[in-house]
Design a protein around this ligand. Structure first.
Ligand SMILES: Cc1ncc(COP(=O)(O)O)c(C=O)c1O
Length: 325
């Protein structure tokens, strides 16, 4: 219809949305919204321990499916006994196993998309939830987006200001330290650790801080640039390191995982060269898998340019050559 002016219209979204401070708050909100308390869930055996800690708060019954070293997996034959299937988009990938699982499982699906700027949207009628956590992929300290095709429970918003205050203080000190060598590394490292302890001790569903809302606006404003640089860094690392690094196929690159037999030794040697690589995710005492004791993740974000990546490649090659001789 021809029509000009008036208040701006807005097309209705075909999914519901919420914002919390963290992946774990979003997961708690999912469990409450889907009424999964005490239910039977099927999870991957390669996962972040925080997920298990949160699920155990709700007395859920858990079984695991096995994830291979290439992040592919096969679900057990009998999956209809489960009330919910938990899928992780490893390093942002919607690989074949992920797609098969989505089409095979017809009950509640939880998509853990912590490596993506926006949670995965599914085009299906049966119940699904999907969430991310910006602190995994950006400077934003506490913000997680949660999507679902069913209305999400309304909860009394709680705040956890100490977590974001400590995080942003630590981030500021780190920036000053890296920019001009002022202060001591231990000052910001201690604050980061203190902040994580605050989050780990929390059991609620919290709102994102105002500081993080502003930082998230900045992050999304520069998303095209960020996406481009990350892809360039990924391709450069792939061409330098070849088979040493894994193949990742995603729209938005977060980290490039390496699978190394002697991961712990290599990680320690890299630290001597000021290269601090994360482990997604360390072993835990609740479940074992084929990946946790080998994996090491290279960050691909726009803090790093071609020179940094080339230097990292040279160092890594030298250390790995020595290790494999
Ligand atoms: C795969 C995965 N899911 C969920 C979470 C929980 O996210 P957050 O630390 O933001 O609570 C994490 C990180 O801890 C994670 O790595």
């Amino acid at each position: 219809m021809f029509h000009i002016g008036g208040e701006q219209e807005l097309e209705k979204k075909h999914y519901y949305r919420e914002i919390t401070n963290s992946g774990r708050s979003s997961l708690r909100l999912i469990i409450q919204s889907a009424e999964l308390q005490g239910k039977h869930l099927l999870l991957p055996n390669f996962l972040c321990e925080v997920i298990l800690d949160v699920l155990l708060e709700y007395d859920v019954k858990i079984d695991f499916y096995d994830v291979g070293s290439d992040f592919e997996f096969e679900l057990p034959k009998k999956i209809n006994n489960y009330d919910c299937l938990y899928l992780i988009k490893y390093f942002g990938m919607a690989n074949m196993s992920f797609q098969n699982a989505v089409s095979r499982f017809s009950k509640c699906l939880i998509i853990d998309d912590v490596f993506s700027p926006y949670p995965h949207v599914l085009e299906r009628g049966t119940l699904w939830f999907s969430y991310n956590s910006l602190r995994k992929i950006s400077p934003v300290a506490d913000l997680s987006l949660l999507y679902s095709n069913q209305p999400i429970h309304k909860v009394e918003p709680k705040i956890l200001p100490l977590f974001s205050d400590l995080k942003y203080k630590a981030k500021g000190l780190k920036s000053t330290f890296l920019g001009g060598g002022h202060g001591h590394e231990s000052e910001y490292l201690n604050l980061f650790q203190e902040a994580e302890q605050v989050l780990d001790a929390s059991r609620g569903i919290y709102s994102a801080s105002n500081a993080s809302l502003f930082e998230a606006i900045e992050f999304y404003r520069k998303l095209d640039f960020e996406t481009k640089i990350r892809k360039e860094n990924y391709l450069l690392l792939k061409s330098c390191l070849g088979d040493l690094v894994m193949n990742v196929n995603t729209k938005f690159y977060s980290f490039l995982p390496l699978l190394l037999q002697n991961r712990n030794t290599i990680k320690k040697k890299l630290m001597l060269d000021n290269i601090f690589l994360a482990i997604h995710w360390p072993e835990n005492n609740k479940v074992s898998n084929k990946i946790s004791n080998k994996i090491l993740s290279i960050p691909l974000d726009s803090r790093y340019d071609k020179k940094d990546i080339e230097k990292l490649c040279d160092t890594l090659k030298k250390i790995c050559d020595v290790q494999y001789d």
